[in-house]
Design a protein around this ligand. Sequence first.
Ligand code: ZN
Length: 445
Amino acid sequence: MPKIPDEVVKRVIDRAKIEEVVGDFVDLRKAGVNLTGICPFHDDKHDGNFIVRPSTIPEARGGNTYRCFVCDAKGGPVQFLMAHERLSFPDAIRWLGKKYNEPVDDIPLNYTPPPPRPLPPPLPVLEIPRSYVKRTMDIATWGEVTFRTWYMSLPWDTEQLARAHETLWLYCVGGWKDGRVVFWQIDHNGVPRAAKLMKFYPQGHPKYGHRDKEAHPGWIYNQDGVRQRLEPEKHEIIKPLFGSHLLAKHPKAVVNIVESEKTALVMANYYGNFDSQLWLACGGLKHLQLDSLQPLIDQQRIIWLWPDKDGREAWQQVADKLGYDKCRVYTHFFDTCWREDDGDKADVADIAIRMMTTGEKPRKTTGNGQDATSVDASAGGEIGATHAHEPVKIGDIITEVWNTDEPFLDPIEMADPRVRMWREILRNKYNFRKTHEDEQTETSE
Ligand SMILES: [Zn+2]
């Protein structure tokens, strides 16, 4: 079979427009400068992972290509036809030649549309019982969780210190029996989907307050005992942004997204006012993904991305791909507050902690008035103010908290200052320990 001359191939490829070729097979909608649709190469349920960069964008900036961020299918018009219609390269050229009225050769196109691919039955999405969240939070209250100890020991001012416990409660920060911290990933509808277990260096270690990078983070559904019950292998696992469950309660808040859970928690307590600023974490530089941002876009949220120093470019790219005009990369805090001695690896939390130590206040912006640091941090303090003087029987509260069969305690209710206050008193003053029964319930679950 004679080869199609190179110049003909080039001419055809130059004419082909990815949005038109893909558009023949996939419903595309506009998303900023890009187009998105349901990925035809994997069992996709979510419009937003499959991105088409139209031919109007210069090639150097990824124009005339498609890419799926889930299954990593990618290429240009020819690759799309070869993968989707199972065409050989010459036949893909002939197909395009026909579409764009560019004569290719006399060989007829050998093309019968492939039968629709049989899709594997979709797996149910993993839903973790809410009682698991409560249990890890119970462990965190009684047990030694290095991260919590460190967090509470930060140089908070009086107001910040007063709300620090509550911040941990609101974020449902739990603990594991071995002292690891549990960062729950509960979706915007309040359904626990995943939880990351992380080891932090203990007190006295030179890197106290930092994650032990030797110990890889674990996932709750992979832990002994849990795995057998939840059967993650039979489920699709989704990982919402850390803190997503707070969205519903604070519908007007600007959503700030940082890399690490630790940063989100430090910043959340630093500013305190959840009604105007919420702090969510994606879990790492590379984990900021389009589908986890989709719920925020659906809610028309203002999104500020706070990358670490080395992550600006990568997150700017994500923002560009998102094509959502209410999302931007926010670097003002970093630009105005970072100092040489913070080092290149510092993230915003490190800077905030240094500023707490030295008593500096973040500089306010004078320009656009959109500086997150101008947030009034007065809300969220005054813990216990309304309850402190009410007569409360210790016994009642303990019974209420420990014997509840409710599948889930709303974190706000769990953060009831009375409960917290009495737990602390019991722990610290009376050296109250977990009962044998508590241990039993923990290990039996
Ligand atoms: Zn895909």
